[in-house]
Design a protein around this ligand. Structure first.
Ligand SMILES: [Zn+2]
Ligand SMILES: [Zn+2]
Ligand SMILES: [Zn+2]
Length: 461
């Protein structure tokens, strides 16, 4: 594959894993795994069929998936390479290199001249004339007569000897102990030397029970979760690679991104499936990854559940933990499905009322001059508080509006940021009229405040 040059100074976009699982890529593979999970298919055994093009087939799989031949084999092999299926040797088949048929018949040939006219038996040497031949060449009326010199052979070890069980070519008289094996194809009639024959192994497959709980999530709830997110305007990348602030590369099982025009949300969704309850260090890793990637909405799907101390840590770090049955509840909830398509063009601020209308259209509940109590106990006033419950996570946006004669100074932005921090809102939008001072702008950038600088407000309407 060709290398792609990234333009300089552009943070790399998260990318999906090129080795996405076969069950994500192939509907048929997923169907097959579902059948095996349900116990409808236990063993996948081939049936040999010398008249067919491949030489064997998996009748049950073909009838369930409605695919044939090599496509079935490639699905089975892909599942085996991901250890979803166990592969067991079943049979070795030989294939004609000319026409691919497995309908071959072996034949033996003289190693010197290649003739198929060879005989096998006890080989005798007549000392007198040095003739070497098969026993049946000597037999004449119940006696041994030399076919070359016509003398009778009398005593073994004395006038003749046995060289043992060998082959003799009737065309070139070559005597040898290993004939050359060739394969004649019953379909295209070509004759192929042993070393040119294609050997193929045929396997039977069985379900790898160790992967059951992982698959049970992967097959259904995961897809539903992805669909759920997509319906709510998220772009979803599975097995996303994200570069963290530390420079480290992280893997995120599901990365959901939604660009509202005003703010861009990212949700990191981790999936932890194990035989036993999930321990603290795995939750810690996930939290660390999200933190380093600058993602503050964290959802962790756990199968079968969390250890007590992991649970405590998760709630402390505001990680939303879902067991599969919680996930089903979330997925079946019809909360706040956006009624309108989200526009992909960047939002352009014109007036406060236009912003409010825009947010409402996106499914936010909007409160003006909202009074909110901070973690410190202090009461704060927010110009606009926008709240949207996805069903999965609840997003809050704090919006500050500041009108000044000249550029808005640092202290105003600082106060706003401080307020949002005390309330616990991480998505911040600041509207500065007629603009920000350079220090204020720098601060806002560092604090990840989305700033709209406008010269003047359009009259509300
Ligand atoms: Zn003789
Ligand atoms: Zn020969
Ligand atoms: Zn052939």
């Amino acid at each position: 594959m060709a290398e792609v040059n990234m333009p300089k100074n552009t943070p790399p976009e998260p990318t999906g894993n090129p080795q996405a699982s076969v069950i994500e890529e192939s509907e048929k593979a997923m169907e097959l795994v579902a059948e095996m999970l349900a116990g409808n298919i236990v063993d996948i055994r081939p049936q040999l069929d010398f008249t067919g093009p491949v030489g064997f087939f998996y009748p049950y799989v073909e009838s369930v998936l409605e695919v044939k031949g090599e496509e079935v084999v490639s699905i089975l092999e892909a599942l085996a390479s991901e250890e979803i299926l166990n592969r067991n040797f079943f049979e070795k088949l030989l294939r004609c290199p000319q026409c691919q048929s497995v309908n071959l018949r072996p034949s033996t040939h003289c190693a010197r001249c290649g003739s198929g006219n060879i005989g096998r038996g006890r080989v005798l040497e007549h000392f007198v004339c040095k003739h070497v031949g098969l026993e049946d060449e000597y037999i004449s009326r119940g006696r041994y007569m030399c076919p070359k010199c016509r003398q009778e052979l009398r005593t073994i070890g004395n006038d003749y000897q046995s060289l043992g069980l060998l082959y003799k070519c009737r065309d070139c008289d070559n005597v040898f102990n290993q004939p050359m094996v060739k394969w004649s194809c019953l379909k295209c009639s070509s004759l192929t030397a042993q070393e040119k024959i294609i050997e193929i192994n045929v396997y039977s497959y069985s379900f790898n029970e160790e992967r059951r709980s992982w698959l049970e999530f992967e097959i259904k709830p995961k897809q539903q979760l992805i669909d759920f997110l997509k319906q709510r305007g998220y772009e979803v990348i599975e097995n996303a690679t994200v570069k963290g602030r530390s420079g480290a590369e992280h893997k995120i099982d599901i990365l959901a991104t939604r660009d509202d025009g005003v703010v861009t949300y990212k949700i990191a969704i981790g999936v932890k499936v194990a035989e036993d309850k999930i321990g603290l260090h795995e939750i810690f890793d996930f939290d660390d990854t999200a933190y380093d990637s600058g993602i503050h909405d964290k959802v962790l799907v756990v199968v079968p559940g969390l250890h007590r101390e992991a649970e405590k840590f998760a709630s402390l770090q505001r990680i939303k933990v879902l067991e599969v049955r919680d996930l089903e509840t979330v997925l079946s909830s019809a909360v706040s499905k956006p009624s309108e398509e989200i526009k992909k063009e960047p939002f352009e601020f014109k007036s406060k009322s236009q912003l409010i209308k825009y947010l409402k259209k996106l499914g936010y509940q909007v409160e003006e001059n909202a009074e909110v109590q901070g973690r410190s106990g202090a009461k704060h006033n927010l110009d606009i508080l926008a709240t949207r419950d996805d069903g999965l996570v609840t997003h809050h946006i704090a919006v500050g509006v500041e009108v000044a004669e000249k550029a808005v100074e640092l202290d105003k932005v600082f106060d706003f940021d401080d307020k949002a921090y005390d309330i616990g809102i991480l998505d911040k939008v600041f509207i500065a009229i007629p603009g920000l001072s350079p220090e204020a702008r720098q601060f806002a950038q560092r604090q990840r405040i989305r700033v709209f600088e406008v010269e003047e407000l359009e009259p509300s309407g």
